[in-house]
Write a protein that binds this ligand. Sequence first.
Ligand SMILES: Cc1cc2nc3c(=O)[nH]c(=O)nc-3n(C[C@H](O)[C@H](O)[C@H](O)COP(=O)(O)OP(=O)(O)OC[C@H]3O[C@@H](n4cnc5c(N)ncnc54)[C@H](O)[C@@H]3O)c2cc1C
Ligand code: SF4
Length: 485
Amino acid sequence: MGKPTGFLEYTQKHICYRRPEVRSSDFNEFVLPLTEDERREQGARCMDCGVPFCQSNYGCPLGNLIPEWNDLIFQGKTKEAWIRLMKTNTFPEFTGRVCPAPCEGACVLGKEDQPVTIKDNERWITDMAYEQGWIGPVPVSKRTGKTVAIVGSGPAGLAAADQLNKAGHSVTVFERADRPGGLLMYGIPNMKLDKKLVERRLEIMKKEGVVFRTSAEVGTDIPAKKLCEDFDAVLLATGSTRPRDLPVPGRELKGIHFALDFLVPNTQYILDGQQAGYINTEKENVIVIGGGDTGNDCIGTSIRQGCSSVQNFELLPKPPAERDSSMPWPQFPRLYKSDYGHEEALAVSGRDPREYGILTKEFVGDANGAVKGVRTVRVGWKKNTEGRFVMEEIPGTEEFFEADRVFLALGFLGPEERILAELGVETDTRSNIKAEEFSYRTGVDKVFAAGDARRGQSLVVRAIAEGKGAAREIDCFLMGKTRLP
Ligand SMILES: Cc1cc2nc3c(=O)[nH]c(=O)nc-3n(C[C@H](O)[C@H](O)[C@H](O)COP(=O)(O)OP(=O)(O)OC[C@H]3O[C@@H](n4cnc5c(N)ncnc54)[C@H](O)[C@@H]3O)c2cc1C
Ligand code: SF4
């Protein structure tokens, strides 16, 4: 640790965002970086703990060498910090932008003070690495003659492709969308993760030898069994793509959509001006049902399109502002926080869009079969005799909210079944692909699984960790040993 008193001298300072009322009129990224001196101070806040919980199981799923690169930032040795970061994280330009940072939730300094700004530090190192030209294609010197097919090009598929290619195998990634990237490309909106950054990484991977076959749906365009015949190993990284529905009366009305049916065409419109499937919420009253990240992305996107109003319904109660006994340190704290979309809604309309403890009972339509509002009731949560929380409707709290457009952001139920049925791959009790953690093997010879398809809806950082883990196992399966990290 270069600066033993750094955590006493410097207060936490996050990167700033452009003002909500300004940034909400465009789809560009909204972060304003700190100066180099300010960043070094933030690096100096790290205490180089004897037991660095930030990189433990509670913290970073990739085991990033956080105290080491924090110290190198403080010392002004950014290139060395980059080299340390690359040892564990395949795509820090993505996690440095979109990760909810479980590492910061586990940071020891966070017990008494504000945690170290680990995520911002990671982003700074990576942006600097690209700016300085420290990162670029590294040609693979020796090929093994083994071939691997990867189905799905989200962070899990990409991380596996990157590692297996580096190990010398010939990797082909099959993606049904017109561009690779999975939810990094079509899902997470441009203002949170600029698609040019995804393209930049894909270009590097292509130059290093990874082959991408887009607009190629395995199970329809290409039989899954053919992949098993043509390749030495197959990795299923197809994500968790079945959205949870809300089967209440009126669900069939026009104007009610799953979140991704809104977010994906919006990104296609930004990238290509493509109109197909584009949903325009300009001058509309929007209700987003579901209070997670996806719901927030629908709020931010609706505001940018110029909606008249936006409201956000969440069934669960409002989370606490401070840690309580249900989430002791170093567990990830699920606290009440305002994300970018909430801030923007507040700035443009003067009110926070979130309503907690509210249940949708019915969608109400007009004479043309289009949604015109949502009937709701307030709910409370109480512990039953077995200690489990149960929901109770509160009599007399029925309400009606006007809406021209409703987005359902209620999570995902697992991978699609077609390809699994064709290959005879089993699913587990949560309808995810059955493959043990750390082995990633399905019950079918030479077929592996990783990412949200295996572990259920999760995070980019976990998908990268899964992709890397699966790559190790596949390398071992093909070569009898592995040196992959
Ligand atoms: C709107 C939204 C916002 C999110 N925001 C965040 C965030 O801010 N931070 C965060 O950490 N996580 C976020 N997540 C979660 C994160 O994006 C996922 O956990 C992660 O992308 C999962 O990676 P994956 O590689 O397993 O799958 P995915 O990224 O879902 O990729 C799977 C890919 O497989 C392709 N595919 C599926 N079936 C086939 C087939 N048969 N043939 C060919 N291709 C196929 C799909 O088209 C897709 O491209 C968000 C999720 C959503 C929906
Ligand atoms: S837990 Fe926090 S203070 Fe300790 S080493 Fe990790 S980042 Fe530094």
